[in-house]
Design a protein around this ligand. Sequence first.
Ligand SMILES: [Zn+2]
Length: 141
Amino acid sequence: MGNFRNKFIRFMSGRYGVDEFGKFLVWAYIFLLIVISVIDLFLNSIAVLILRLLLTLLAVYAIWRMFSRSIYRRRNENEKYKAITAPLKSNLRLLKNRFRDRKTHVYRKCPYCKAVLRLKKIKGKHRAACPRCGKSFDVKV
Ligand SMILES: [Zn+2]
């Protein structure tokens, strides 16, 4: 077992491995595999066959990326992926935090710089100062 492990480590040296984009591809594969399997229950046609073929290509691409020696290019792809998904991830994080803090805090957008502020949930009308732009504005909770 240790021998196999060493061989694998030697095999992977100089190869790219797994990154965030790679993980996304694996999850996309699993998700699409389930979707296509469900479609297959209702529809038995050439379309399903084509979808399965495309899915296989996706898997081949994900595996090829992992074993690729063009580390620089793969890293650039990952950076592009991260740039595309960053706004989505930050929105999801905000949504999660809003739900977590729903009993103790409110989230309000600064009318001047559009920064999202986390304010203590105290009933009534208050004056809040934005820590980013320094301007004050009225908040109703
Ligand atoms: Zn502001």
